[in-house]
Design a protein around this ligand. Structure first.
Ligand SMILES: [Zn+2]
Ligand SMILES: [Zn+2]
Length: 363
């Protein structure tokens, strides 16, 4: 039987995990889900026993100390803002605060946002390493806090958000977020962005957005490409599974209902060819924004599953200087979509750029 070769892909990152024992994974290379003990300081490390916690303590301590130091900085920098409207949950109140202050970012607010961004970054690194849902959510929470106070404050928090949402398999929200920035442009103000179910199938180019997004544009296009690739890959996987099942079943009556079944399973409102065309358009936009980014991403695939972020950081930056932040955020997510590298290759070859890639390799 051939069922083992049946492709299986649901359009999600299967590596998103519930908390597991950090020590068992690190020392025995197995993942244990159990009643945990959590690190009492950072709450972002889980263990199946006190022995495991002890064993892992030396390794965890550095990350834990860093996290606590960032927490402490945020707690300090929030003090002078305690009674200020800048921390309001209501974005209209925050907006009025800045208008009343001539839209100038005071030193205090700047420091708070800077510390908040650093804290989010530590969570990001942690989540990238352990891939635990709660840690990704913590990173998201702090990035969103930065945006809430001052959306235009820095690119880092804004760029991380769609990728965190993708690592969390919240593709509709990622799409809604991207669309929001396409409408608002780089200086957009924060407001809750409307999320419609299944909006990930929409076409960003039809949504009539002309805002200037500056440096934000490129990472958002990469995130958009991942959303479309997931749709196409899951559609193809289901479709191929149905074919294989029918080839092997060899039952005439069932063959008659084949197309009905296919429609049912594939949700035929989705035009996969149309989604592919949209993906191609997105690749073209990336290419226009930063020529050879896609080639560099192909080269980066080899780094994409490395857990230790500090190495990844250095390796990528030295090997691929032009890629900057965006690649660090997205390569793993990107290449976990089945046939992602084939899709990229096809685009690059189709774009008549094959010669250039070879020259680049030789240089
Ligand atoms: Zn353990
Ligand atoms: Zn800790």
């Amino acid at each position: 039987m051939d069922f083992i070769r049946t492709p299986y892909y649901e359009g999600r990152d299967p590596n998103l995990k519930e908390p597991y024992c950090f020590a068992c994974r690190f020392y025995e290379n197995r993942i244990v889900f159990s009643d945990f003990i959590r690190c009492s300081r950072c709450h972002m490390a889980w263990y199946c026993s006190t022995q495991c916690q002890k064993k892992h303590d030396k390794r965890h301590r550095e990350r834990c100390n860093l996290m606590m130091a960032e927490w402490y900085s945020v707690e300090q920098s929030i003090v002078p803002l305690q009674d200020s409207d800048v921390l309001s949950d209501d974005s209209a109140v925050v907006q009025r605060y800045f208008e009343a202050n001539d839209n100038i970012l005071s030193a205090e607010v700047g420091e708070y946002l800077c510390d908040l961004t650093s804290l989010a970054t530590v969570f990001w690194h942690s989540a990238y390493e352990c891939e635990i849902k709660q840690v990704w959510e913590a990173a998201l929470f702090h990035c969103e806090k930065v945006i809430k106070v001052r959306a235009g404050y820095n690119l880092e928090a804004r760029v991380r958000i769609p990728f965190i949402l993708l690592y969390l398999n919240r593709d509709d929200e990622a799409y809604a977020y991207i669309r929001y920035w396409f409408e608002e442009g780089i200086h957009g103000r924060s407001r809750p962005y409307p999320i419609e179910p299944n909006c990930r199938y929409f076409d960003i180019f039809e949504e009539n957005s002309t805002a200037d997004m500056g440096n934000l544009q490129l990472p958002l296009f990469v995130a958009l490409a991942i959303i479309k690739m997931r749709i196409i890959a899951s559609h193809n996987a289901i479709s191929r599974s149905i074919d294989i099942a029918f080839e092997q079943a060899d039952m005439k009556q069932i063959l008659e209902v084949r197309s009905d079944l296919q429609d049912f399973l594939l949700d035929c409102d989705i035009d996969v060819l149309d989604q592919s065309l949209r993906l191609n358009r997105i690749f073209e936009e990336i290419e226009r924004e930063e020529p050879f980014l896609l080639d560099s991403m192909l080269k980066a695939e080899q780094f994409s599953e490395i857990r230790d972020f500090s190495f990844l950081d250095e390796a990528l930056i030295s090997a691929l200087p032009s890629l900057k932040l965006v690649l660090l955020h997205s390569v793993r997510c990107f290449f976990r979509v089945p046939r992602a590298s084939d899709l990229l290759w096809n685009f690059i070859i189709g774009n008549d750029r094959f010669e250039d890639v070879n020259n680049d390799e030789a240089a």
